[in-house]
Design a protein around this ligand. Structure first.
Ligand SMILES: Nc1nc2c(c(=O)[nH]1)N[C@H]1C(S)=C(S)[C@@H](COP(=O)(O)O)O[C@H]1N2
Ligand SMILES: [Mo]
Length: 260
């Protein structure tokens, strides 16, 4: 997310969340509050993008019709995020970071190596060539930013859980912690349960292209069950650890679970 105001014309986010709480079924309300009660969560739950007051009304109308089936996917960390047809892909897909695109890291793919540290049997660093030889899968999913926008994209790569198995990670550890190449640092801890989720992906391609610089070249971690800021781009290293090491947005008060 950029360091700009999170204002949506005609919408008071706090009031919208309050109004949503009023119309939610009890179980949803309790889980929503436990998950951090964010606008991103509401967007994900309803499939509505809140960009103005009429879409905010549409979102409220949808929430008032919630049933148990709807609630399940986002508040259950093991549930699958919905997937979409190619025709649903958002074009152009937004770039987002806490700086402008011109300042995005320019990582040299030939020199880059993914460092694997912490509670793993094999601490070797991996070249991009080695990583892209691993089996890859494509997923078309919705990316949701806590700022209130969302977009559907197609990402291809290797399930993180397969890689963790390959390097002999201790999957009883609490976190996988990612560090990125951003000038002022960017990092994010992922809880192990989410790291092992079948849709959590080490991503090397966006659509049919090698992951563009805007979207995190050479590797991002795509986590469709979490908010955008839990999807680190320009990843340089991963560490399997029991220590909570904080993260760029987590340290500024965003809920680390942010399953939204
Ligand atoms: N390294 C790094 N990863 C990052 C960020 C960032 O600033 N730096 N921003 C996060 C946020 S808030 C969002 S919404 C998404 C945006 O991804 P996109 O540019 O592919 O849309 O990246 C996430 N991962
Ligand atoms: Mo974001």
């Amino acid at each position: 997310m950029a360091k700009r105001s999170f204002l949506i014309p005609g919408v008071d986010k706090r009031l919208l969340i309050k109004d949503s709480l009023k119309v939610m079924p009890d179980v949803t309300r309790r889980r929503f509050i436990a998950g951090g009660a964010s606008l991103g969560a509401l967007t994900l739950l309803t499939g509505c993008d809140v960009v103005d007051s009429s879409s905010a009304d549409a979102l409220l109308a949808r929430i008032s019709k919630f049933n148990d089936a709807v609630q399940d996917f986002i508040f259950n960390p093991d549930a699958l995020a919905p997937t979409f047809a190619e025709s649903a892909i958002t074009k152009p897909f937004p770039f987002n970071a806490y700086y402008d695109l011109d300042d995005a890291p320019e990582v040299d793919g030939k020199a880059w190596k993914l460092e694997v540290r912490g509670l793993v049997d094999n601490k070797k660093s991996w070249t991009l060539d080695e990583l892209t030889k691993l089996p890859q899968f494509t997923q078309i999913t919705r990316h949701i930013c806590v700022e209130g926008w969302s977009a559907i994209g197609s990402w291809t790569g290797t399930p993180l859980r397969d890689f963790l198995k390959l390097v002999g990670a201790d999957t009883r550890a609490k976190y996988v912690w990612f560090q990125c190449a951003d000038k002022d640092g960017y990092n994010s801890p992922l809880d192990m349960r989410t790291a092992l989720h079948p849709q959590t992906q080490m991503t090397f391609k966006f659509g049919n292209d090698i992951l563009p610089r805007a979207y995190g070249f050479p590797m991002k971690i795509r986590v469709p069950t979490k908010l955008g800021f839990k999807n680190p781009k320009y990843v340089m290293s991963m560490e399997v650890t029991n220590d909570y090491k904080g993260g760029y947005w987590e340290d500024q008060g965003y809920n680390s679970f942010s399953g939204s």
